[in-house]
Design a protein around this ligand. Structure first.
Ligand code: URA
Length: 240
């Protein structure tokens, strides 16, 4: 059966469907020896020889869904040009090639999903679905109430207004802890938002992705999602 190339690449666990499109456009994908650089091209994963960067794709694998508690000091990419430790190095005893869904900064900790299911990765990253992610942040100083209201309402970052956010105080100290829930994930978004109101983040931990939380997961440990959790994520809809 002929299927879109980006789906075949995502299903083989190489990367998400969106990233696969970038690989195709960059001319890094060949089908039976010919570069295919157009989106929408199809191939037959059973019979065609599909290569990414010269490497033959393996057949679709069993889908794996992992929830990792990332410690500070790990990059959330599959490889790192600076040779820093990656989240993948924490995944022991899983033979499938998984990759992280979205990012957590090197200096951030907390929950991150890893999978080889390009379809689900794509869904969770899509703006339309707007999966909420909740962070606990320790701030350098106490923010003003009106500044928090600005962040909740939306501020302009990179020329685009941020989506509404929910913020609540967790502990009032000279370096207070706050909880913030976002439905989008721009680069360093939480840090940049608090920076904007003059209260830099000194610690950042992601504590929830959609409905997924896990207090029992020690830093550096991961667990497989249950079939019910996977089904619930797959049918996740943005709240109106
Ligand atoms: N926002 C940030 O600034 N950093 C993260 O790691 C996640 C969200």
């Amino acid at each position: 059966m002929r299927i879109r190339l980006q789906k075949i690449i995502a299903d083989a666990g190489i990367t998400s469907r969106r990233k696969a499109e970038e690989l195709i456009l960059a001319g890094r994908v060949t089908v039976n020896g010919q570069v295919v650089a157009e989106l929408g091209s199809k191939a037959d994963p059973e019979h065609d020889h599909i290569k990414v960067d010269g490497k033959l794709l393996r057949r679709a694998q069993r889908h794996v869904y992992l929830l990792l508690n990332k410690p500070v000091g790990y990059v959330s990419t599959v490889s790192d040009p600076q040779r820093r430790p990656t989240v993948i190095s924490l995944i022991k005893g899983v033979k499938e090639r998984v990759y992280p869904v979205g990012r957590l900064d090197f200096h951030s900790s907390g929950l991150i999903l890893l999978t080889n299911d390009g379809e689900l990765a794509n869904l969770l990253m899509s703006r339309a679905v707007a999966v909420p992610r909740t962070y606990h942040v320790k701030l350098e100083s106490s923010p003003k109430r009106e500044d928090l209201a600005k962040l909740e309402h939306g501020i302009v970052l990179d020329g685009q207004r941020t989506a509404p956010a929910k913020i609540r105080v967790l502990t009032e100290r000279d370096k207070p802890w706050y909880e913030i829930t976002l439905t989008e994930g721009r680069n360093h978004q939480v840090r940049r938002m608090f920076e904007r109101i003059g209260c830099p983040v000194v610690k950042l931990k992601r504590v929830r992705i959609a409905f997924l939380t896990d207090d029992a997961l020690a830093p550096g440990r991961f667990r497989h999602l249950s079939p019910a959790e996977v089904a619930r994520l797959k049918s996740w809809k943005a709240s109106p």
